[in-house]
Design a protein around this ligand. Structure first.
Ligand SMILES: [Zn+2]
Ligand SMILES: [Zn+2]
Length: 146
């Protein structure tokens, strides 16, 4: 329902420190996200910012030998791959049910219009079908009496 657009940019503000076992990357990543309101389905854009702390272990370090690759990232050919780490962090931070406004009223269950546009006076005349049948019968009787 909400995601980073394909051509969306992710801004990184990271500090990379050299530690015994490898490189420690920490900082923030922020991205514009696009989606639709969970209540009224209007398109919306939002921004998420996540904190990142990730250790990339040197090949042949103790960490490399004692952990799995999906537990601790690795430095490969002197390069670190930030993308999966950043992507996972942002995906986790996305709201499950994004709203266009915190108090979005959603849609009218009768006509599907947005309450934000319909206004507070909007409503539908709803007559219980049984009452509708009675009303018809009464009006027929009245016609016969005349
Ligand atoms: Zn909405
Ligand atoms: Zn309506």
């Amino acid at each position: 329902m909400i995601a980073v657009p394909e051509d969306g940019e992710i801004e990184l503000d990271l500090l990379i420190e050299s530690v015994v076992e490898g490189l420690l990357v920490s900082g923030t990543a922020s991205a514009k996200v696009e989606g639709e309101c969970a209540r009224c389905l209007e398109p919306l854009t939002d921004e998420v910012e996540v904190r990142i702390t990730e250790l990339y272990a040197w090949p042949d370090s103790t960490t490399d030998e004692t952990t799995d690759e999906d537990e601790v990232s690795r430095i490969e050919n002197d390069l670190i791959d930030l993308e999966p780490v950043v992507r996972d962090a942002i995906v986790l931070a996305l709201p499950q049910a994004p709203l266009c406004e915190p108090d979005c009223k959603g849609l009218c269950s009768e006509c599907g219009g947005r309450w934000a546009e319909l206004g507070p006076d909007h409503g539908h005349e709803t007559i219980d079908p049984r009452w509708a049948a009675l009303q018809e019968r009464f009006s027929d009787d009245n016609n016969e009496e005349k």
